[in-house]
Design a protein around this ligand. Structure first.
Ligand SMILES: NC(=O)c1ccc[n+]([C@@H]2O[C@H](COP(=O)([O-])OP(=O)(O)OC[C@H]3O[C@@H](n4cnc5c(N)ncnc54)[C@H](OP(=O)(O)O)[C@@H]3O)[C@@H](O)[C@H]2O)c1
Length: 337
């Protein structure tokens, strides 16, 4: 049976399904390979042809790429998929195992290709801005990856509006098209809308440059669902000691989540569906990059792509509750967000 089609949006030269799947969590040692495989094959069958990785996903680092490599060798057709990876956070000890040096990015991409068992990724990202390495060096490493054919497109992740504007200038000067930006964006984390020093937000800068925007953690790591409204369930990301910190679940944040849940139900949606539709209300967002642990979660999320877009009344009702919740895990680690 041919895979189902999800709507696509085009930007940066790429055609992306409006909902993509990330393999940050749930693709490591604590999830049986058969469960990982079931989820990925189900996603691809439903049209989720964009799979997002990084060298450090799993957990532990490298595990997600190794898993997807196993699936590519037996179950999946490489050229039907858009596979992305990144380097920038710590992957191995020492100065050449993190940040944005040419040495690290080049070695990491070679290792990623080996784990994935493919000769190219579709997008290779600088995972975060590195204040210690000149942009010319980091972006030069991305350009060389594209010129060598080991990556078809280049991207940056979690660079602020100002850093992105600066990166675009450098990229142009060295002959690198920067195709994609990957920032965190959700109803509880709206930094991409904030103006930089020239008055433009990251969404403005990316749109002007024609970059695709792939918005990650649109469910605020699961907080934008009803599951934390009565405590922290065992097995959830917060309950497992994952990167969703229980101290973020304050009464104030939960009151907003509760209100958003009521708005979702009034419109015949679930809260995750409302959260995805809200990010996609902005046409400058090319794809939302959601995570899922089960096929039921994935199916619930994919239904958002088939539903009616939010109307102006719903967007207005959401606005007082779509507030910064202090949950931007990436802010302090990205120097200037
Ligand atoms: N570039 C970067 O620096 C960066 C950083 C972070 C993430 N990312 C990318 O973005 C992807 C998505 O990030 P994320 O996993 O944080 O995204 P998310 O979609 O905000 O959260 C996904 C988690 O929410 C819960 N969930 C999903 N669907 C649900 C549903 N229908 N009902 C209830 N709970 C639901 C699950 O957690 P439970 O396990 O609790 O069920 C799931 O693992 C990553 O895999 C990665 O590719 C990139």
């Amino acid at each position: 049976m041919p895979p189902a089609e999800l709507p696509h949006r085009r930007a940066g030269g790429l055609s992306l399904p409006v909902i993509s799947l990330g393999l940050w969590q749930n693709f490591g040692e604590s999830t049986p390979f058969d469960d990982q495989r079931r989820l990925v094959l189900h996603a691809v069958d439903r049209g989720v042809v964009h799979l997002d990785l990084a060298n450090n996903y799993g957990p532990p680092p490298f595990a997600a790429e190794e898993s997807l490599g196993r699936m590519l060798s037996r179950d999946l057709r490489r050229d039907e998929l858009l596979i992305t990876t990144k380097a920038g956070y710590r992957a191995w000890p020492g100065p050449y195992g993190e940040q944005g040096s040419r040495k690290y990015l080049r070695a990491s991409l070679d290792e990623s290709l080996r784990r994935l068992g493919t000769d190219r990724v579709d997008v290779f990202y600088s995972h975060r801005f590195d204040p210690h390495t000149p942009l010319e060096e980091t972006l030069g490493a991305l350009r060389d990856a594209v010129r060598s054919g080991k990556a078809l497109y280049a991207g940056i992740s979690s660079y602020s509006a100002d850093r992105t504007a600066a990166a675009l200038v450098v990229a142009r000067s060295i002959g690198l098209p920067l195709a994609v930006h990957q920032p965190a964006y959700s109803m509880l984390n709206r930094w991409v809308e904030r103006a930089g020093t020239d008055g433009r937000s990251l969404l403005d800068v990316a749109a002007t440059a024609g970059m695709a925007v792939v918005a990650f953690s649109p469910l605020a790591q699961g907080l934008l669902s009803d599951r934390y409204l009565n405590g922290v369930p065992a097995g959830s990301r917060a309950g497992r000691g994952g990167p969703l910190r229980p101290e973020w679940l304050t009464d104030e944040v939960l009151a907003h989540v509760r209100a958003l849940d009521v708005i979702a139900r009034a419109g015949g949606r679930t809260l995750p569906q409302l959260a995805l539709a809200w990010v996609l209300r902005d046409q400058r967002v090319t794809s939302v990059l959601a995570g899922a642990r089960t096929t039921d979660q994935l199916d619930e999320n994919l239904a958002a792509a088939a539903a009616e877009p939010l109307d102006d009344d719903e967007i207005a009702a959401i606005e007082p509750h779509a507030v910064e919740a202090g949950i931007n895990l990436w802010g302090p680690r990205s120097s200037d967000l």
